[in-house]
Design a protein around this ligand. Structure first.
Ligand code: SF4
Length: 385
């Protein structure tokens, strides 16, 4: 894949279509590849340890055929699908995995994953569900344990200087991604939602410096596009967890709208804020992952009123609706996902109060359900036209 000399979007498409191909190549060159789940995995520490971190995605275009032998079917379909993909050998080059505690579907299946896969390295990262001072202290101690376990794996010390350098590289990656997001503000956007998904997925499959080069190449290509003429298509934002298939954007855009913004865990949730530079870089990481990656599982209401709390939790969405001129929001919530599911009434009311319409869809992380979603999305667009 590295020999591809095409433009950024073509390269992103190639990495999207052959997901993990670069990690497979690096493994063949002797590097160790660590798979991880969730936006809560501190990828900076893996980079600092000289490992190749690969965020795992599922294959919604394929039915789950192997996972259900080991994992209950009430586990969220994303987690089951990724587990199924690993069982089918799609990630047969992994040296290990990191599984952070984000929700019950991850936490309660940790044993099933580790027992069944028997990878040489396994680490469960016990991310707390509170974000007060003692919880940040706890987070700091579990990050130290993580560093220690990676030092054991690699045989090398992972010192503060290496972590600080990795933080810098990942912050630069976040900055570049935000620049790309800005190119979605025109009407229509300079980059479509389908292209953007492929860039997000392609970028998350690469070591950080290669990921940044890819995003830079895409920006370079996209800014040269002529500002397109508006076609009256509604501007849609998608909100959910790991939406890593371009089929969703394709469905929305195929119905005549533009997907212009997201609040998903492989997208804007990752790049909204940067990690602070702190004398002990793990302190900045602990605070970032606990307090600034805005997820339902780590958000703790701290305001005096309901309004203050919803502003703290969803205020960024109001800002995006304004900045990206969003007409409608699709809440794409995975079936059996309690953390996001419990928030639906509050987030729906909040978004509506910000002036956008909301479509709540229960998603089964399966392309076989797309025709049903297509009908609902079509009706929603008609309704808001
Ligand atoms: S979609 Fe919900 S249940 Fe599934 S992994 Fe994400 S937070 Fe957990």
């Amino acid at each position: 894949m590295t020999q591809l000399n095409g433009n950024g979007l073509a390269l992103a498409d190639a990495y999207y279509s052959a997901y993990g191909s670069r990690a497979r190549e690096l493994k063949a060159e002797g590097r160790k590849v660590i798979g991880y789940l969730s936006a809560l995995a501190p990828v900076e520490i893996m980079t600092a340890a000289g490992l190749v971190p690969l965020r795992l995605k599922g294959y919604p275009e394929e039915p789950i055929t192997r996972a259900d032998v080991h994992m209950e079917t009430i586990v969220c379909p994303f987690v089951r699908n990724v587990f199924d993909a690993v069982l089918k050998g799609k990630y047969d080059f992994l040296d290990g995995m990191v599984l952070p505690h984000q929700c019950d579907s991850m936490d309660r299946t940790n044993d099933v994953w580790s027992y069944t896969l028997k990878l040489p390295y396994w680490h469960f990262l016990n991310v707390p569900h509170l974000s007060d001072g003692p919880s940040v202290e706890f987070m700091l101690s579990i990050l130290r344990l993580f560093v220690g376990s990676l030092e054991k794996l690699t045989g090398n010390r992972v010192g503060n200087e290496l972590i600080a350098l990795a933080v810098k590289a990942h912050n630069e990656n976040r900055r570049l991604m935000r620049r790309l997001y800005d190119l979605r503000k025109t009407n229509p956007p300079l980059i479509s939602g389908e292209e953007m998904t492929k860039v997000q997925v392609g970028a998350m499959s690469l070591p950080v410096l290669e990921s940044s080069s890819l995003i830079e190449a895409v920006i370079h290509e996209v800014v040269q596009r002529k500002p397109p003429h508006g076609n009256g298509g509604k501007r849609i934002m998608i909100v959910g967890d790991q939406v890593d298939t371009a089929a969703i954007a394709h469905t929305i855009e195929g119905a005549g709208a533009w997907l212009v913004m997201d609040d998903i865990s492989i997208g804007a949730k990752l790049c909204r804020s940067e990690i602070d530079t702190t004398p002990d870089p793990l302190q900045g990481l602990a605070e970032h992952y606990l307090r600034h990656v805005n997820l339902p599982t780590t958000y703790v209401a701290a305001g005096k009123t309901y309004g203050e709390n919803t502003d703290a939790r969803f205020g960024h969405l109001k800002q995006d609706i304004h900045d990206f001129k969003v007409d409608g929001v699709v809440l794409l919530i995975n079936k059996y996902c309690d953390p996001y599911g419990f928030e639906v009434p509050a987030i729906k009311a909040y978004i509506e109060s910000a002036g956008a319409s909301v479509l709540y869809l229960e998603y089964e992380y399966a392309n076989s359900t797309l025709p049903r979603l297509e009908t609902r999305i079509g009706a929603f667009l008609e309704m808001i036209s």
